[in-house]
Design a protein around this ligand. Structure first.
Ligand code: PEP
Length: 253
């Protein structure tokens, strides 16, 4: 029903030569991309190199962020058209590090998601609660608030996907248990069905993110509402990233 999606978020890591090495190494592995779409998100500066190597590496290319306006006085920002110009057609938006360190809000994330979908880009919109929010029983309230801001601005699109990333599990080595992740993914799918109907919700991919590695992906991906992963640290190594992809490819739902 939903082709799994694996996205590597490299954050502020790797130089141009490293992008080249990664793509070459990944391209040498057995092809799993018929079963799992695999994409990498280098920095803005690495995107063009990755896009040029996309066909031979079989890796899709994703931006880590984008500005919602088409052009103008927005110093330091990159537009969707600029990404399209170098062959990129997808972006992550609303990553918790962008929300936490760069002041992104539910509203800015919603505007970015809408702009991406209007431009026929794949949008990977991140949501997730902090540790304090989980401990005070606010997980569903927070995810619902983040998601509603986005759903209020968009219509159903095949290009819309969500990454549920509990902030307490990002880069900490602590991952949500498969059951904890499934519980929130099921809640997200129910929320989607209220907006898009069951058919739309059933087609929307919901990725899990938070300390995913080849050793824990199987249990997570085996859950009915988990359609792939957004991976930080473990995506920096081409073999490990490929292993996550091939484990997904070999996991029965
Ligand atoms: C991320 O950055 O989206 C992420 C999930 O990081 P990590 O896999 O390192 O926890």
């Amino acid at each position: 029903l939903r082709k799994p999606l694996l996205v590597g978020n490299w954050k502020m890591n790797k130089l141009i030569a490293d992008v080249q090495t990664f793509c070459t190494e990944f391209g040498r592995q057995e092809d799993v991309t018929a079963q799992v779409s695999c994409m990498i998100a280098p920095t803005y500066l690495g995107l063009q190199t990755a896009a040029k190597l996309a066909a031979q590496s079989r890796l899709g290319v994703v931006s880590q962020n984008v500005h919602h306006e088409k052009s103008g006085a927005f110093t330091g920002e990159i537009s969707i058209q600029m990404l399209a110009d170098i062959g990129v057609r997808a972006s992550i938006v609303g990553h918790s590090e962008r929300r936490q360190f760069f002041g992104e809000t539910d509203q800015s994330v919603a505007l970015k998601t809408r702009a991406l979908l209007n431009a026929n880009f794949l949008a990977i919109t991140c949501v997730g609660e902090t540790q304090a929010e989980r401990q005070s029983g606010k997980t569903f309230e927070v995810v619902s608030r983040q998601l509603s801001a986005v759903l209020n601005l968009i219509e159903y699109s095949d290009n819309f996907s969500i990454a549920y990333e509990p902030v307490w599990a990002i880069g900490t080595g602590l991952n949500a248990t498969p059951e904890q992740a499934q519980e929130v993914h099921a809640f997200i799918r129910k929320t989607l069905s209220e907006k898009f109907g069951k058919a739309g919700a059933d087609k929307t991919r919901i990725l899990y993110g938070g300390s995913v590695k080849s050793s824990n992906i199987q249990g997570l991906y085996a859950q009915p509402c988990i359609d792939g992963a957004l991976v930080g640290g473990a995506s920096l190594d081409p073999q490990e990233f490929w292993k996550i992809g091939s484990t997904i490819a070999g996991t029965k739902k």
